[in-house]
Design a protein around this ligand. Sequence first.
Ligand SMILES: [Zn+2]
Length: 267
Amino acid sequence: MHQTKIRLNSQNYHSNEANQHYMSVSQFKQAMQCEASMIAELKGEFIRPLSPAMAVGSYLHAAFDSDEVFSAYLHANHDAIFNTKGNKYADYLKADEMIETIQNDKFCMFALDGEKEVIMTGQLFGADWKIRVDSINHQRGTFTDLKSTQELAKRYWSEKYNTYGSFVQAYDYILQMYVYREIIFQNTGRYYDPYIVAVTKETPPDKAVLHFDSSRFDFEKEYVQTILPSILEAKQGIKKGHRCEKCPYCRATKQLKSSFEIEYLLD
Ligand SMILES: [Zn+2]
């Protein structure tokens, strides 16, 4: 695998080359679930299917970037967004409602105020990391990520925390904020306060601006420190990455060797 450092920009940020060199929160999260799929993706042997939720998520982010970015996004993804009559598909009409919800709330807009899609790199626990921050405000010393979710108060079981948690725990957003905060500190010399602007897919959408008790980051620090060495070993080919046997990559490449009792069908 290449170990050459590359200069990141918005074009190559998600490239295999960038992902081979840098660890990122999304790569870390993918590896936690399935190292084998992460490695197959880095080698270009597998492309993760883009879910409708992910597509709508990037539409939402483009809308809060500059007007140029959003019109370029609409142009590039025209056929996914518009039907043959030129009307938007239901997912995108819903996304427009979510965008309006945020735009109509002064506090959400205040929280999102800053430089958009800022790329930074740094080092954590022996690995180079890359981050791309939705919005960063150097005057205030804050950064903000925009998240869409089903409902603000929905409960999810978390194996990591061994308890029920919100979407913030379920999607590992505390871990993301911890990593961003550290990398931003390495670049600015100051610990910025993280925020999430959350908007729901309900009709009409609900919204919230969330902050974090900084004590929450201690757990994430220890967690990353504990898990990272094994992920790096898989990435460097020192060990074989574990297969989850559930994800699209594992389903596509699975070869059965034995039967199992029906008890084990359920998680
Ligand atoms: Zn898998």
